[in-house]
Design a binder for this molecule. Structure first.
Ligand code: A2P
Length: 271
């Protein structure tokens, strides 16, 4: 359907998913994931660093939804030594046989050293796809040059205020689908006048406008929430479209454009 995008490894990634960064392990994560699956989400995005894989896995199993209908992402914590070994540990915590996508969480130690372990994880059948997160344009290029299995996804901070069009274009050039985390600016971008005006004009909420913008830019988007009403709200973005004028208005909010940040990941917070 139009609600997925095809990745270079041939799998389909939903354009909308639930992110569980900073969601507490245990009941909070279990509830958020259950509510999301009930609302129709079929993409759940976790990470080794989030320390909530066990709860994500539990909620997925208890949903009764066949595993193959859910797109499950986790991320290699680059503090670990061997990405393949860490993938096995993730699968154990998640209580599942395979990942749909396994990302290097950030390019600590350089963009290439962990990649052979990522490729080994594919080879061993631990994950269908592999990719990267928080990589800049130069890092994508450096990795692409040496990779046997090319990265399928680059997950980046992305919103109208952090609109790194150059970075998304660099991904497109490498056949990489960009995925937006913090599409609501971790909640900080919901109050601005432009977003409020477009929300009113479209009869939707500020969160829905921001999510819709990122989807229409061609990205897969993973807003985070721990509240059921918001989880449902964030999923109800397939009944409207932003027109060209609305998109252009949102594009003007960019604070990164024509700076190095347009091409790089945000500020190298990991180094
Ligand atoms: P909460 O988890 O308490 O619901 P981002 O996805 O950009 O990281 O934003 C996540 C932040 O935005 C969280 O603090 C979340 O709060 C809040 N949030 C998520 N969805 C909505 C929404 N529909 N309306 C208002 N706030 C939201």
């Amino acid at each position: 359907t139009a609600n997925t995008r095809e990745l270079s490894n041939g799998t389909e990634i939903p354009v909308l998913g639930l992110g569980v960064w900073q969601v507490e392990d245990g009941a909070q994560t279990e509830r958020a994931v259950s509510w999301a699956l009930e609302a129709g989400y079929r993409l759940i995005d976790t990470a080794q660093a989030y320390r909530n894989e066990t709860s994500v896995g539990k909620a997925i199993r208890e949903s009764g939804i066949p595993r193959e209908e859910i797109f499950l992402t986790t991320k290699f914590y680059p503090g670990g030594k061997d990405a393949r070994v860490e993938a096995e540990k993730s699968l154990e915590r998640l209580g599942t046989e395979y990942l749909d996508l396994y990302l290097i969480h950030w390019p600590q130690g350089g963009p290439t050293w962990a990649w052979p372990g990522m490729e080994a994880a594919v080879e061993a059948g631990l994950t269908k796809g592999i990719g990267i997160s928080n990589f800049g344009a130069d890092e994508i290029q450096e990795l692409s040059k040496v990779a046997t299995v090319q990265p399928a996804v680059n997950q980046i901070q992305f919103s109208p205020f952090e609109y790194r069009a150059g970075l998304v274009a660099a991904g497109d050039d490498a056949n990489i689908v960009s995925q937006a985390y913090s599409p609501l600016g971790t909640g900080r971008h919901l109050d601005g006048p432009v977003v409020a005006r477009l929300a009113e004009a479209t009869g939707h909420t500020p969160a829905q406008v921001l999510i819709r913008w990122a989807i229409q830019k061609g990205l897969s988007v993973i807003p985070k929430s721990t509240h059921q009403d918001r989880i449902i709200e964030n999923f109800n973005v397939f009944d409207f479209e932003l027109d060209d004028a609305a998109i252009a208005d949102l594009d003007t909010l960019d604070t990164t454009h024509r700076t190095a940040d347009a091409l790089s990941s945000s500020g190298k917070w990991w180094s």
